[in-house]
Design a protein. Structure first.
Length: 354
């Protein structure tokens, strides 16, 4: 195997799943970096980075830990031996181990955690509950303004006034022929606030104003990308069959179940809304026969049940961890087998049935 430099590996990981797809509240990317140059021979995958998992990573001589959940979330004010999160950082740096976390970026991608979770339902088609918008296009601003004007000093005055307005970008002027006359076509992008000022300025000159077009810029939605999934099963199956499928897919001896009002274990399930981890906010208000997630608040469960929706809860990380073996295979291909990739054996959900 050839080795990979940490920066090169992080660039490849960002290419596998763009961090721009992560939720705004999240803390994703490279969280701990040993002093460069840092070579990676072994990449270690885990769902949660606990102290037990960290010891395993040290023993297995990991150079980079990919922890799905970010072990550093709220800012650290110090790095001491006092709390377990701080100790993780100390251990990582002492052993020259980097820590990278993708979290909700892996929830959103078409080949990510939620997509893996849908496989527990059997044959189905799925669409994101909350689609992601393309991060890079269109250019800045929420609106585009276009107008034509005669090539006069008056146009120069208008343009200089426009340039004084805040939050304007992509201002361009092009020669144009309108009804045989030489004119200048002006286009610009602007925010909602700047739009009001531009319109006020143009409306002072009715000739310009009558030739103005205003377009609303909307970022295109990315296909199959976003938070949660709404799944339509190819064939409706009973709730009890769906439970068995999910237990088998997640390798769980049992799940927690709330049966929707007026429903039974024999009721058919045709549409299921799912979200790995803690899905309450993503699933809220979705029409489906079933909600599938890791954990939900008591009151959100009561709401779903009252609306005739059954709820299956599997515990938070049980709806995510099984994805790691699939991720291991995908990353081996993506990284052209250049490095050794291993999945933690110590990583597990903290909850068990006693």
């Amino acid at each position: 195997r050839s080795l990979m430099n940490l920066r090169e590996l992080v660039a490849a990981l960002n290419d596998f799943a763009s961090l721009s797809l992560a939720e705004s509240w999240d803390n994703v990317g490279l969280l701990v970096e040993p002093s460069p140059p840092h070579t990676v021979n072994t990449l270690f995958l885990t769902n949660d980075l606990t102290e037990e998992v960290m010891e395993e990573a040290v023993q297995k001589k990991a150079d980079l830990i990919l922890s799905y959940h970010p072990p550093i979330f709220t800012p650290l004010k110090r790095v001491t031996w006092k709390t377990w999160k701080e100790r993780l950082v100390v251990r990582a740096l002492e052993h020259r181990i980097g820590i990278y976390s993708p979290h909700t970026a892996y929830d959103a991608i078409p080949h990510g955690v939620n997509n893996w979770l849908t496989k527990g339902l059997g044959a189905c088609t799925s669409v994101p509950l909350h689609p992601s918008t393309a991060p890079s296009c269109p250019a800045e601003g929420t609106h585009r303004v276009e107008f034509c004007a005669d090539n006069t000093e008056h146009l120069d005055t208008v343009l200089s006034k426009i340039k004084d307005i805040q939050e304007i970008s992509c201002l361009t002027t092009l020669p144009a022929r309108v009804e045989g006359e030489e004119q200048t076509r002006v286009t610009l992008n602007c925010s909602q606030k700047a739009l009001l000022e531009v319109v006020a300025l143009l409306s002072q000159n009715s000739l310009l104003y009558h030739k103005t077009e205003i377009l609303l810029l909307q970022k295109p939605l990315l296909p199959h990308t976003g938070m949660g999934r709404l799944c339509t099963l190819s064939e409706p199956v009973s709730l009890s069959d769906v439970i068995e499928r999910i237990k088998s897919h997640l390798k769980l001896p049992h799940i927690r179940l709330a049966v929707g009002m007026g429903k039974t274990l024999e009721s058919p399930v045709k549409k299921a809304a799912l979200c790995a981890g803690s899905g309450s906010s993503v699933l809220k208000g979705m029409e489906a026969d079933l909600y599938l997630t890791g954990e939900m608040s008591h009151h959100d469960i009561l709401d779903a049940v009252a609306n005739g929706i059954s709820v299956i809860l599997c515990e938070h990380s049980n709806t995510e961890r099984g994805f790691l073996s699939e991720l291991c295979d995908m990353l081996s291909i993506h990284l052209q087998n250049k490095i050794n990739i291993i999945v933690s054996e110590k990583d597990r959900d903290p909850l068990q049935v006693a």
